[in-house]
Design a binder for this molecule. Sequence first.
Ligand code: S3P
Length: 444
Amino acid sequence: MSANFDIDFTVEPSPPLSGTFDVPGDKSISHRAVMLGALAEGVTEISGLLEGEDVLATMAAMRAMGVEVEGPSEGKVRIHGVGLKGLSAPEGPLDMGNSGTAMRLLCGLLAGQDFATELVGDESLMRRPMERVATPLRDMGANVETRDGKPPVKIGPARDGLSPAVHHLPVASAQLKSALLLAGLYAKGETRVFEPAVTRDHTERMLQGFGCHLHRGDDWVSLSGGQVLKATRVEVPGDISSAAFFLVGAAMRPGSHVVVEGVGVNPTRTGILNVLEAMGAPVRRFNERVVAGEPVADLEVTGSRLRGIDIPVDWVPLAIDEFPAICIAAACAEGDTTVRGAAELRVKESDRIAAMANGLKRLGIDVAEFDDGMTVRGGRLQGGEVDSRSDHRVAMAFAVAGGAATAAVRVRDCRNVATSFPDFVTKARSAGLRIEEVLHAGSQ
Ligand code: S3P
């Protein structure tokens, strides 16, 4: 989504973080709730939905295909499901904004429709790899075209309908797995997906919540096509990927104490908790419960002097969106922190390895960059100006860094924070971060 203004954050050195608060709904779960609600029969009621731009793009796409969506109003949405075959052709291309999740999951869902669609996005999304989803969909008979592997993605009706397939994913990607499962709903037979490492399983859990039968092994999941999804209630937990900025911001500074309430702690997402614990700042979980098939807890962290670690490679997919925040923790730790096996970070909303390495260097931290990761040498964060590359998580990570730096930090191009955490600045201020927004004419 383009705009003719942009926002920088300026952050002054701040006291250690403190407070008890919640964070907006989980982005991954919100997208899935809207999509599955649309494909279900009956009215799905969602609460706690993330009202960020990414999820609004998914809602707009569903409306454009004839789905009545009431809301969002304070996180509540009612979706009048049209059934698996009830979507209708949109009038123009579907604009997924900044959202890779929306675009990739929709590729799978749209591959099963009997009308043509075209998916486009903002500058960042138009650069992201889509062949990884198009290729396996073609193996199911889908009619999907990319432009040099990237959007726009054009999807036509599959000539002979979709056939089931056994997929062995070349990358650990929940988006890819989810797209193939959604396409599998339209295939005549059983679709099976093997993944090279465990990735977030919100699609599997939510499909089951909508009454879909699926089978799961340690590294695979399968489902049969043609199953009817039945409308349900979905209560979306707080997003651990948003909570991460406060967990890290508190963990890395002695004197901090933060409680984040109602956070999703699905074990496929809690790599950040493993990392903080290994660095010397265990996060206490309490009020543990299960809500709409997803584990939820309140999280408490007390600041301490962190130590650098080698992050085990099997934690990478479990913390994939938290690396910008983890880099800031590493910068404040004693010793080196290394992540390898994380080449996927180069194809997120920005090249997060380059974005974090450049920004940290500008703030006086030594960083060695590798194709598939980096080593951050703990030191003392200085003031300075960093470029978020319009990446929401890079922007929030450097905002938190600013509070712990010796002088003010200016973070450029933070508008996309609205994609995942619209009230970040308010929450950050309530936790004690001295953050201001500076509006200026934008580049788009
Ligand atoms: C997501 C999966 C991850 C993650 C993204 C959300 C999802 O992407 O980085 O923010 O909701 O399935 P990949 O599947 O590309 O790893």
